[in-house]
Design a protein around this ligand. Structure first.
Ligand code: AMP
Ligand code: TRP
Length: 347
């Protein structure tokens, strides 16, 4: 092994990468924690690369036709939410093979101990850990490859991905040290805003998730206005009115969740929302939240539905994005092969 190098982080040009799994329909959690933030980054004028991570989705079994459908639907959601495929790169992971190539190399960098500490794996595998796929265990190492095959420097995600990004930093540092190079950036997680962890509408201690068996627990980006309003009206709460300080929400996870959702949708801080609704009953707050949610989500849903009428156009956009992504990723992975000692003589 080469001597560890203590070079400071070379200045890597800022580049954003993030991904969403097409393992189900997208939820309000994906929208507030991820999509909405992705659009903001695009508007800041930074180079942005966004990916439907279909290779990650198959770490648990997916019906092939549904997987294709959900990948297109996810891409439609990106565009409907404001991602412009001309300004951002938008593609599906499996069309750029650099991801899995670097993923394998990172499997040889990451340590079993690091991977074993991943709480998402432990949660997903549960008591069934003998029976889950090897891919589910290796998942965070492929995620590191997604990011580093573009030398991305900033990764906007929801709170639940923080530990995976710490692993990505560890992999970059170990690769750089093992080979005596300063090749990969140490990425910065970008976890910002009022809704970095949107909770289930049925249980304020559980994350809102596309894989929750209860459809009432989440708002799907494909829900119509009536369904959204109904789900919010029926959301679990407590009998108390809203407090006049944020502190008053401390032991009220369901109430806090609805306040955070309101804040994120309105583009306000939770403090502002509490200020506006201090003392309000849920009978008042819930309809206001439902109206706001419908006003913000309905245009996105309608545009998604319109885009989904033309799947060939979505596939074309993903293909074009993949070609642009490949042009960045390929030379980086080729340099990795050179660094680690692979012969590259194929013509
Ligand atoms: P996934 O659906 O697991 O592929 O997640 C895609 C992105 O959405 C990631 O950045 C997640 O952190 C984010 N995300 C998923 N669920 C939530 C949630 N309930 N609240 C906030 N962000 C979320
Ligand atoms: N693991 C992420 C999630 O489930 C999805 C993902 C895969 C991702 N690769 C990524 C997110 C790279 C950010 C960057 O939410």
């Amino acid at each position: 092994m080469a001597e560890p190098v203590q070079t400071p982080q070379a200045s890597f040009p800022p580049r954003i990468f993030s991904g969403i799994q097409p393992s189900g329909g997208l939820t309000l959690g994906n929208y507030l924690g991820a999509l909405k933030r992705f659009v903001e980054k695009q508007e800041e004028g930074i180079e942005t690369i966004y990916c439907m991570v279909d290779m990650h989705a198959i770490t648990v079994w997916q019906d092939p036709e549904k997987l294709r459908q959900q990948t297109r639907e996810g891409a439609a959601a990106f565009i409907a939410a404001g991602i412009d495929p001309a300004r951002s790169i938008l593609f599906n992971q499996s069309q750029v093979t650099a991801h899995v190539e670097l993923g394998w190399i990172f499997n040889c960098i990451a340590r079993m101990g690091w991977m074993s500490r991943m709480t998402q794996f432990k949660d997903k595998a549960g008591k069934n850990s003998e029976n889950v796929s090897l891919g589910l265990f290796a998942y965070p190492s492929l995620m590191a490859a997604d990011i580093l095959t573009y030398k991305a420097t900033h990764v906007p995600v929801g709170e639940d991905q923080k530990q995976h990004l710490e692993l990505c930093r560890d992999i970059a540092i170990k690769f750089n040290n093992d080979y005596g190079v300063n090749f990969f950036p140490v990425v910065e997680p970008v976890i910002e805003g009022a809704a970095t962890r949107v909770m289930s509408l049925r249980d304020g201690t559980k994350k809102m998730s596309k894989s929750d068996p209860s459809d009432q627990s989440r708002i799907n980006l494909t829900d119509d206005a009536d369904t959204i309003a109904k789900k919010i009206r029926k959301a679990k709460t407590d009998p108390e009115p809203l407090p006049d300080t944020l502190d008053g929400l401390k032991d009220r996870p369901e109430a806090r969740n609805l306040v955070n959702i309101y804040a994120a949708l309105a583009g306000h801080t939770p403090e502002q929302v509490i200020c506006d609704y201090a003392g309000a009953q849920f009978g008042t707050f819930k309809p206001a939240l439902a109206d706001l949610a419908v006003a913000k989500l309905e245009p996105i849903t309608l545009e998604m539905n319109r885009l989904m009428q033309d799947p060939a156009e979505i596939d074309r956009i993903l293909g074009e994005g993949a070609a642009r992504a490949d042009a960045i990723a390929r030379p980086i992975v080729d340099q990795v092969y050179d660094i680690i000692g692979m012969i590259r003589s194929r013509r």
